[in-house]
Design a protein around this ligand. Structure first.
Ligand SMILES: [Fe+2]
Length: 493
């Protein structure tokens, strides 16, 4: 029998009969926090699956002031830890400053992504745009033994114990955290050096910064990067010796920013630019390379190959679609959430540091995104990534694809209709040496049975389907990013 404790429930003022497309169905928010030890398992959980899967989700507690966008929802981290063939679960809201203030007020205080900043009740706020709530709801990584939740529009970094999810406060980086600009989601942890690489972006020069935090959580490098104007980078990449930043031709129209409007426009007449900077390089050391215009939400990996830097990620064939398509929600603001409509294909960009030559190619015809890898191969030559297919028109994942970047082969697993998964964590098998000698861990949203499960796949046999599944106390909301942290990387494990 599963021993489930209800830790608490946050105050919510959402209506019971909420029919917002991204606050209902598979996105119905969860408001209760649970502790569940020793989950009931169907199948067999391998005892060489050893560590923690963390997943961030958006769970709004209050109606938006005017228009809700799913990226506004309050961040909630789900944790499933595996040890000795057993699994335990917890979920906790990230105790952000914004969440605390709105709990006290009993309403939303800041303007969301789809709202004019002037809608905000409070004059302060976070985000490259300003007057937003930093919901810490986008991403989660483990750095220096501690879970770190972050926000895509730049904000504070919230630290949690990766096992208990106890609030450990905000990152200070030895008193040098860049509070003026904040830090973007998709910080990158290099397990080999213990460093955390990061960037931030804003609408005033310098428009971009790049930095490095060392293994002791101290800011040791922070440099401005020159750009032609405000940009909207979402992710970065790195290799053994370089960080890779980007200047993509989809950004807020500068003339509208001056009027307080933040509308992303695609400029097919401009190139995509990748900037390669030595990991401790200065502002003048960055070299830019031009490529076909697109927008890239997520990079999967990068590595060095002779004189070349190779970067892989998801090229958008249609970065500015007219709608979310015939199957998606009708509101146009949701068109940027449908990866099939944006035609996101796995892609490879190459840059020769000696000759300056570039080349690029698609690696797959499939529309996939949210690709994760065996983290031991991050920044180094690698072969496999594990990405998600989406329900047409929607930001929900209905299947997994294992991309073999060497052969182009794709191995698929499709969940049954009405069952959705999250971005997978790649858990190297303890003692394993091959790149795909690993397990894939994901959380499902099962609309048919009104429940969620943690399911485990073998990375070398994705098509076989789950080898084990464990039911969670309540159906979770769909959400954004996840990570896997091996047991030995966690403080107090
Ligand atoms: Fe992301």
């Amino acid at each position: 029998m599963v021993d489930v404790e209800v830790y608490g429930k946050m105050l919510s003022t959402l209506p019971e009969d909420d029919d917002h497309p991204y606050r209902s169905g598979a996105w119905r928010p969860q408001h209760v926090e649970y502790d569940a030890d020793d989950l009931d398992v169907q199948g067999e959980l391998p005892d060489d699956l050893y560590g923690v899967y963390l997943r961030n989700t958006e769970n709004p507690l209050h109606p938006a002031i005017a228009r809700y966008h799913p990226f506004d929802g309050d961040g909630m981290i789900h944790k499933v830890s595996f040890r000795d063939g057993r699994a335990s679960y917890r979920n906790r809201f990230v105790r952000t400053d914004g969440l605390r203030a709105e709990q006290e007020a009993g309403r939303s205080l800041w303007a969301g992504l789809a709202e004019h900043p002037n809608h905000a009740i409070r004059a302060d706020g976070w985000g490259a745009r300003g007057r937003m709530k930093d919901a810490a709801s986008t991403d989660v990584v483990v750095h220096a033994g501690v879970a770190v939740a972050s926000f895509y529009q730049c904000g504070d970094l919230y630290r949690l114990d990766p096992l208990t999810l106890n609030d450990l406060g905000k990152a200070t980086w030895g008193g040098k955290f860049p509070r003026d600009a904040g830090v973007s989601a998709h910080t990158k942890v290099d397990d080999r050096t213990g460093e955390l690489l990061f960037f931030n972006y804003r609408t005033k020069p310098p428009y971009l910064h790049y930095g490095v935090v060392d293994a002791h959580d101290r800011l040791v490098h922070y440099v401005p990067i020159e750009l032609p104007g405000p940009r909207l980078p979402h992710d970065m990449a790195y290799t053994e010796h370089y960080a890779i930043l980007n200047d993509m031709p989809l950004f807020w129209a500068p003339e509208l920013i001056e009027r307080g409007l933040y509308a992303a426009r695609f400029h097919p007449e401009l190139p995509s630019r990748l900037g390669v900077i030595p990991r401790r390089g200065g502002s003048g050391d960055i070299r830019w390379f031009d490529f076909e215009p697109t927008y890239v939400l997520h990079w999967t990996n990068a590595y060095e190959s002779g004189d070349e830097i190779v970067v892989e990620g998801f090229f958008q064939g249609c970065p500015a679609p007219a709608s979310a398509g015939p199957n998606g929600p009708k509101d146009r603001m949701f068109r940027f959430l449908a990866q099939d409509v944006m035609q996101t294909r796995l892609h490879r960009w190459r840059m020769n540091l000696v000759t300056g030559a570039t080349s690029e190619e698609d690696l797959s015809d499939l529309y996939t995104e949210f690709g994760t890898i065996h983290h031991g191969f991050a920044g180094r030559p690698y072969r496999y990534n594990y990405a998600a297919t989406n329900e047409p028109g929607w930001f929900i994942f209905n299947g997994l694809v294992k991309h073999d970047t060497l052969t182009g082969r794709a191995e698929r697993y499709q969940f049954e209709p009405g069952v959705f998964c999250s971005e997978v964590g790649v858990a190297p098998r303890v003692g394993g040496t091959e790149e795909d000698d690993a397990y894939l861990v994901t959380l499902t949203v099962d609309m048919n049975r009104d429940l969620s499960e943690c399911v485990v796949f073998r990375a070398d046999d994705v098509g076989r389907g789950p080898i084990a599944r464990a039911q969670l106390p309540e159906r979770i909301a769909s959400g954004t990013h996840s990570c896997w942290a091996p047991g030995e990387s966690i403080a107090g494990w």
